[in-house]
Write a protein that binds this ligand. Structure first.
Ligand SMILES: [Fe+2]
Length: 586
């Protein structure tokens, strides 16, 4: 079969997706044995180069990883670089044991290295024991190279655990800074890391995320250009996977991943992306390459590589529903600029498009799957592992326009002064409204109550479908986990009638810049921005606009807790975090 990069660009999307669905990257499946396996003594404690041959550069340079833990399965991953002297297919052995000395083996057998998958190795190990820690390693029979020892854990069955802890992360831009957040999660007591996407960024060296520390930290993107082709995406993933803190997180925690836009290109939707231009080739081909490489490096237990939405019932407490709000079914985002007239926004035309019941962020098939999963689940917490913010971020229109003006250009001192003046005025009106001040005029109220959705790339751009999700979850405890924005948020989820449908725990980024890149790091300015948003956006209860971090989400039979944990810096190595906010849903 010729490579996907060579796919005929005239092939229609349907055929490409059909072809994609036939490509399966988890070629190895292994059934764990019930009894102990005795390791041949020649292979115990083997080291590199003990046959006297120099195998420089070969081995398991990208570390090890585990994915999609269930009660009896987990996908184990590595990548093997053969020695230049090696001929033929490398023979790799996998050991899985319940102890780190590998004396109590449950698996020891050869697995396939697939050169068509960039020499990555995926093994879906089944027949494991629930709620159990396992150790694993890969070995080369030819060169005696041995990987680091990975740790993973199967999920508890119902009744086996009283609490489940998920570290929620998103938006790791290699050239924006060190991956201290991954290091912090590696050292945490999370049971699983839930990755909501932007695991890589597609921009070239010097592009988005670059800052004054990038060069000193030796973190400019490779390859140097924007990634477009299969080989480009592979090189970018290898660069990210060379990061020691990301390697450590993968080595110590199982990951459950979905992609966001940057795994393909910025602001992607099913047929295109903001950062895909006509002179960059056929978008469907680019998307196909991006999806292939995502599965090579971040395997998921799915039947069809184009459809990564899937769910995990954990400990009888949590139904973790991982979604694809990006690629599989999303209609193109609306843009206010398409509705701007000489006299402002043509609100009738905008509202007609915005409220069109045909507009979809999930696609019909995923929407049907999701609503069925929500309405049929009997566990306490329905948790959406979701890319973009689900909560309503309806902002006073004049504040939105000024925020957009600042975000779209330079935050000049004059604009920031104008911003602070406006925020003070609106906050004062809002304060008087909350106190039922009888002297408030209709015009004053209108300034605060005339609102527009802040980000049409989020669920706010697809309000009818959001209502369908809230309706399907009615009577259930709904929590949305979200990433994408680089900032931390806690919001009420309210439906069109004002019913509280649930809550949203949205994480800051691992390293991508947040609002501080726009508004600066002056504490007073940051605090004013945070407080203005929390006060003036009805459903928003908390935000952090300037720090990198993750959410530790913990679920018990009685409560869902979110702790927003932030690192102090990404310019020098430090995994110390501070918890800036804790909330409990019950
Ligand atoms: Fe991002």
């Amino acid at each position: 079969m010729h490579s996907l990069a060579e796919t005929n660009s005239h092939m229609d999307n349907e055929n490409i997706l059909q072809r994609l669905s036939r490509r399966r990257f988890i070629r190895n499946s292994v059934i764990a044995g019930a009894g102990a396996i005795i390791l041949p003594s020649a292979l115990v404690g083997c080291g590199k180069d003990d046959d006297g041959v120099n195998y420089a550069g070969q081995g398991f340079n990208e570390g090890v990883a585990s994915f999609d833990p269930s009660t009896d399965k987990v996908i184990l991953w590595t990548r093997y670089t053969p020695a230049s002297q090696e001929t033929g297919k490398p023979v790799i052995l996998l050991d899985v044991a319940k102890d780190q000395n590998f004396t109590s083996l449950v698996v020891s057998q050869s697995v396939e290295v697939d050169s068509n998958s960039d020499n990555t190795v995926h093994v879906d190990v089944s027949n494991l024991t629930s709620n159990t820690k396992y150790y694993y390693r890969f070995r080369s029979e030819t060169t005696n190279a041995v990987s680091v020892t990975g740790q993973t854990k199967t999920m508890p069955a119902a009744g086996q655990a009283t609490e489940i802890k998920m570290a929620v992360v998103s938006c790791a831009n290699f050239q924006a800074g060190l991956f201290n957040v991954y290091g912090a999660v590696a050292e945490s007591d999370a049971d699983v890391l839930v990755h909501l996407g932007d695991y890589i960024y597609e921009y070239g060296a010097g592009g988005y995320g670059t800052n004054t520390a990038t060069a000193a930290l030796n973190r400019a993107h490779k390859p140097a250009g924007e990634i477009l082709k299969l080989a480009d995406y592979r090189e970018r993933y290898r660069q990210y996977r060379s990061d020691e803190q990301l390697q450590k997180a993968h080595q110590l925690k199982p990951f459950i991943c979905v992609w966001d836009d940057h795994e393909v290109a910025n602001d992607a939707y099913k047929d295109g992306a903001e950062n895909h231009q006509a002179n960059e080739g056929d978008f469907a081909t680019r998307k196909l390459s991006a999806i292939q490489v995502w599965h090579e490096y971040l395997p998921a237990r799915v039947q069809d590589n184009a459809k990564i939405y899937r769910n995990f019932e954990i400990a009888g407490l949590v139904n973790l529903i991982m979604l694809d709000t990006r690629i599989v079914g999303r209609d193109k985002q609306l843009s206010y600029t398409d509705y701007l007239t000489q006299t402002g926004i043509n609100s009738n035309a905008f509202l007609a498009a915005w409220q069109n019941p045909q507009r979809s962020i999930l696609g019909a098939e995923q929407k049907s799957w999701l609503t069925t999963k929500l309405s049929s689940s009997t566990v306490k917490w329905q948790v959406l592992g979701n890319q973009v913010l689900m909560g309503k971020m309806y902002m006073p229109a004049e504040l939105l326009l000024l925020t957009a003006q600042i975000a779209g250009g330079t935050a000049t001192p004059a604009l920031l002064t104008q911003y602070n003046t406006l925020v003070t005025q609106l906050a004062t009106i809002k304060g008087r409204m909350l106190q039922n001040d009888p002297t408030l005029t209709a015009a004053e109220k209108a300034r605060v109550q005339t609102v527009l959705p802040y980000n049409l790339d989020a669920w706010d751009g697809y309000p009818v479908e959001r209502e369908a999700v809230y309706a399907a979850a009615n009577g259930k405890k709904l929590i949305s986990l979200a990433g994408d924005t680089h900032n931390a948020w806690y919001s009420d989820l309210t439906d069109i009638n004002g019913r509280r449908a649930g809550a949203e725990f949205a994480t800051a980024s691992v390293s991508s810049p947040g609002f501080e890149a726009i508004f600066g790091t002056d504490p007073a300015t940051v605090a004013a921005f945070e407080q203005a948003n929390a006060l003036l956006i009805e459903d928003l209860q908390y935000m952090d606009a300037s720090r990198r971090g993750y959410v530790m989400a913990s679920f018990t039979a009685n409560q869902a807790k979110s702790e927003w944990r932030h690192v102090n810096t990404i310019n020098s190595k430090s995994t110390t975090t501070v918890t800036t906010k804790t909330v409990i849903e019950s």
